[in-house]
Design a protein around this ligand. Structure first.
Ligand SMILES: Nc1ncnc2c1ncn2[C@@H]1O[C@H](COP(=O)(O)OP(=O)(O)OP(=O)(O)O)[C@@H](O)[C@H]1O
Ligand SMILES: Cc1ncc(C[n+]2csc(CCO)c2C)c(N)n1
Length: 264
């Protein structure tokens, strides 16, 4: 029996048309934010959370900081600047402090969401789109930890609701990362947002050997054996002449990384 093919549809980024059965959550991390991209993202965000110093990045978007308040700021609060904390406190933003030395502020933010009744209920009955912004660059241990969390969150979502159509992605101003757990996927990119070139299909999900099949790429992967440290696909491209929706079939956990257009 063939498995269901999961659709990752990014077109709403451009169209600004939200799916009415989906809740859009944005989690801002402590990395530079590009204002134009943020303004696009915030138009479809229902629930914005900042992980600790992520609140400084929101506050620093000077011209629009009054317009978008986060629903919560979560973390050990060692990075949020005192005047930023005061500013959001005075506006009534929920500030959730968690001083555990075993979890990063990103993990604490995810735990915060999972502790909310509405979130668990939504996870059961509708779809969530969780976009984690400011996830790359800077410290490499933090970036790799973020990617590891992308896999962890995907597994957690699937555990809670195996039939969920929820999509969790990470991005910064240069890249968009989507984690594919073993299975079959269509990947409908956002044409204006995601470039044709500079596509990575990367076996970084569990670092095991795996087989990948793809359609719609310039260099398709025809059941080739993939392994970090051996064979990966970088600087690949979407094939513009392909008439279908790009397709991936993988038996191990991988990442699709696309490039963001500079002028979004
Ligand atoms: N240099 C970086 N590169 C990539 N991601 C980062 C970087 N710095 C912070 N982050 C992300 O932003 C989140 C919030 O960052 P913040 O600076 O508030 O935390 P931190 O105290 O540096 O790290 P931790 O989460 O370990 O407490 C981090 O949990 C991490 O996911
Ligand atoms: C195996 C292991 N490695 C590192 C840490 C340290 N650590 C991980 S997340 C975190 C919080 C940072 O704000 C800290 C200190 C740990 N606890 N366990």
């Amino acid at each position: 029996m063939s498995e269901q093919i999961f659709l990752i549809d990014n077109e709403f980024f451009n169209k600004g048309e939200k799916d009415e059965n989906t809740l859009y959550i944005t989690l801002m991390l402590n990395r530079p934010q590009q204002i134009g991209l943020f303004e696009k993202i915030i138009t479809f965000t229902d629930f914005l959370v900042c992980a600790d110093g992520g609140a400084n990045r929101l506050y620093d978007l000077e011209s629009i900081k009054d317009q978008y308040l986060p629903r919560a700021i979560v973390g050990d609060l060692d990075s949020i600047k005192p005047h930023v904390k005061k500013y959001y406190e005075e506006k009534g933003v929920e500030i959730s402090q968690n001083n555990s030395l075993d979890d990063t502020d990103l993990e604490k933010s995810i735990n915060f969401l999972f502790a909310k009744k509405f979130f668990n209920e939504l996870l059961q009955k509708s779809n969530l789109r969780l976009l984690i912004i400011g996830a790359f660059g800077g410290r490499l241990d933090q970036t790799i930890s973020n990617l590891s969390n992308l896999v962890k969150i995907n597994k957690l979502f699937k555990e809670k609701n195996p039939f969920s159509q929820s999509i969790i992605q990470m991005m910064d101003q240069y890249s968009l990362a989507t984690c594919l757990l073993p299975g079959e996927y269509y990947y409908k990119r956002a044409l204006k947002l995601e470039q044709t070139k500079g596509l990575g299909v990367l076996p970084l999900g569990n670092f095991n050997k795996g087989k990948i099949e793809s359609k719609g790429l310039r260099w398709n992967l025809d059941g080739l054996e993939f392994e970090f440290g051996s064979f990966i696909s970088t600087s690949n491209e979407f094939d513009e002449s392909y008439e279908g929706i790009p397709y991936f079939k993988t038996d191990s956990t991988i990442f699709i990384m696309t490039c963001i257009n500079e002028n979004v």
